[in-house]
Design a protein around this ligand. Structure first.
Ligand SMILES: [Zn+2]
Length: 642
């Protein structure tokens, strides 16, 4: 991943917020805790270039020297996450404009229009200056471009963004006729005679053309990726051997992370499960599995919270043990390190109440003891760095389809939310210790025993064609083509032959209304379906759909036409019998057993082995303390668990 050996451990370090005499204590304490990497200069543009073209490198030189002296590598940012005030004053047009036409102001962060040529030119110039300055610095281990793209600024509706959108459309369609066809502009009198008439989907009197909205989502993801790519090509040119990352934000609706991950060397993620939610470890496990799946290799948890965050309505701290447990969970799902936001807790700014590895109270705090303990744990686990994960189950996630599904105001029901649909399948698999990959519908899926598409609203003739194991397709799939036009004959469109059914009519259920089936209670959604050559596996019971098929199968291809609390009974894969709250995940011959519950849990080990955390040999039935974990290096090379 980087040239740092073992697992990465550290956090965002913002020395520019502190007097220089504090820095010596910082690095001394980092070394004491075993920190081996710090993310530096993420928001430092206004300090590195206080006036146009005038750089102040001195402080960052000293910070990097100091880190290196203590054996700490730098994940060095290009510092372009927030433009400096002088750039905004000189070029107010770099600030983004919202859908109602309001230009946003300076005073927060991420204040840039993704399509602004002025912003891009200055960002690339700064990235070049930083890379030239530090290309040979021995602390430089990884490049960190910008920060959390699309967190605040996903889209901009300014005239420059409109121009950029039109040129993107011209590349995609070639002509206004093709665009009219793709967007179905014969509806509601939207026929264009010139591409110059096309605008971003600004605030309009009524629902906006859904085909236009899907293209806008594609464009917004691509526009930011272009900005990322512009910085990346400079870094590649100057430091071809230094890996490049940008920190993702778990399963984010706005950016097609498949496309993004293909452009970076290391996938990294910022994850903030809510300690107040007892099930938050399940949803975060799903996003960790996505991060691992994006490049099918280890990734890096680049930001997490040692305890509370500062941006929820109520920011609950992590109780004793949870920070360690959640950190080990990221490793269990393929991360090659644990990094935090941030190293030293800030005294000012919007994140002054966000927890840190070194809290306001210093080294006498519970938080600091947690930091020291995790550092020891990570040293004990160093050998897992680089190990891979094998999964027999793939969950399909496709951003185009997601964008189509969640278009506002024009769907049979706006209660189908993709993250919830994914989680409904993922949670019961997770509870049974079954490793899961995320996958694209058009990639080679022949290596999986089970492929589940919880929803594939938008699909083509190529979608899911390579599945050789069991295929399970959820409701409202195969509905539209990539232009968001309904497939001829209706759903499931290109999946009709594979699944052997036709959808007669969608039957969304109002809030609070349920529908019985022979496979359990359905909620939110049902369908009136008609088998062509599929067998009926389960039927609706009672109500308007009484006796009609709810689940069908044709060979190994299943169609589930409704939402069920636990839909996994039809899967041809066995899991483990794990106590509630215990998570089991495998990386090669390392078995992670994590007890998220607040009571002790007993587990029978499949093979004897050594717990790397305690260095104890274990076998048979063992007890895991509340919020504790075991990382078992199995004696046998042949994994018994799935
Ligand atoms: Zn703009």
């Amino acid at each position: 991943m980087t040239r740092v050996r073992g697992l990465l451990f550290g956090g965002d370090y913002n020395p520019e917020q502190w007097p220089e005499e504090v820095w010596a204590e910082d690095v001394r304490l980092m070394a004491e805790a075993g920190v081996n990497m710090a993310t530096v200069a993420v928001f430092s543009w206004s300090r590195l270039e206080p006036r146009p073209g005038v750089y102040d490198w001195g402080w960052l030189d000293r910070v990097l020297d100091l880190l290196h002296e203590y054996g700490i590598a730098a994940d060095l940012a290009t510092a372009t996450a927030t433009p400096p005030p002088w750039l905004v004053r000189e070029h107010p047009e770099v600030m983004p404009v919202d859908a109602a036409g309001t230009r946003l102001e300076f005073g927060s962060r991420q204040g840039y229009c993704p399509s602004s040529p002025v912003f891009k030119q200055h960002a690339v110039r700064l990235a070049r200056a930083v890379a030239e300055r530090y290309k040979d610095h021995p602390a430089l281990a990884m490049w960190h471009i910008s920060n959390e793209y699309a967190d605040h600024t996903l889209e901009c509706f300014c005239p420059e963004s409109a121009r950029h959108f039109r040129s993107w459309l011209e590349k995609r369609y070639g002509s206004v006729d093709a665009l009219n066809q793709a967007w179905g502009t014969s509806c509601w009198g939207q026929h264009y005679t010139n591409l110059d008439q096309v605008e971003p989907p600004r605030k309009a009197p009524g629902p906006v053309n859904p085909s236009q909205l899907v293209d806008w989502r594609r464009f917004c993801s691509d526009a930011l990726l272009e900005l990322f790519g512009a910085e990346k090509s400079v870094l590649r040119e100057i430091t071809p051997d230094i890996p490049v990352t940008t920190n993702f934000m778990s399963i984010l609706h706005g950016l097609d992370y498949w496309k993004w991950a293909a452009e970076e060397d290391v996938v990294s993620d910022d994850a903030y499960p809510d300690p107040a939610d007892p099930e938050s470890h399940v949803a975060v496990a799903l996003s960790y599995d996505l991060m691992r799946s994006l490049k099918r290799k280890p990734w890096l948890l680049l930001e997490s919270a040692p305890s509370a965050v500062s941006w929820r309505e109520v920011n609950v701290p992590k109780p004793p043990g949870m920070m360690r447990l959640h950190s080990l969970q990221a490793l269990a799902h393929g991360s090659d390190g644990v990094m935090f936001f941030q190293w030293r807790q800030a005294h000012y700014g919007p994140e002054k109440f966000h927890s840190a590895m070194l809290p306001h109270g210093g080294t006498s705090t519970r938080g600091w003891q947690d930091t020291l303990r995790l550092g020891r744990d990570l040293r004990n686990l160093a050998e897992i760095a680089g190990t891979s994960t094998k999964a027999d189950v793939a969950l399909i996630l496709d951003w185009d389809s997601w964008w189509g599904l969640e278009a506002p105001e024009s769907m049979p029901s706006n209660r189908l939310r993709l993250k919830e649909l994914l989680l409904a399948w993922y949670a019961p698999l997770h509870a049974r210790g079954i490793n899961v990959d995320l996958a694209r519908p058009d990639e080679d899926l022949s290596g999986y025993r089970v492929v589940i598409a919880p929803n594939l609203y938008m699909c083509t003739a190529e979608s899911l064609r390579t599945v050789t194991g069991q295929l399970v397709v959820g409701p409202f799939s195969g509905v539209v083509d990539p232009n968001d036009h309904v497939h001829p004959g209706g759903a499931p469109g290109p999946l009709k032959t594979m699944l052997g059914i036709e959808v007669d009519e969608f039957w969304p259920l109002p809030d609070g209304v349920t529908q019985e089936t022979t496979a359990g209670i359905a909620h939110t959604w049902a369908e009136w379906i008609r088998p062509i050559d599929a067998e009926v596996v389960a039927t609706y019971q009672g109500g308007e759909l009484d006796g009609l098929p709810a689940i069908t199968r044709k060979g190994d291809a299943y169609y589930v036409s409704c939402l069920l609390d636990d839909p996994t009974a039809i899967l041809s894969i066995e899991g483990l019998d794990l106590p509630d709250g215990v998570e089991a995940t495998r990386r090669e011959n390392y078995l992670f057993l994590l007890n998220h519950a607040t009571t002790p849990k007993k587990v029978i080990l499949p093979t004897p082995g050594r717990d790397l955390l305690t260095q104890q040999d274990l076998e048979g039935e063992i007890e895991i303390a509340p919020r504790d974990a075991i990382v078992l290096k199995e004696s046998s090379d042949t994994p018994v668990y799935p």
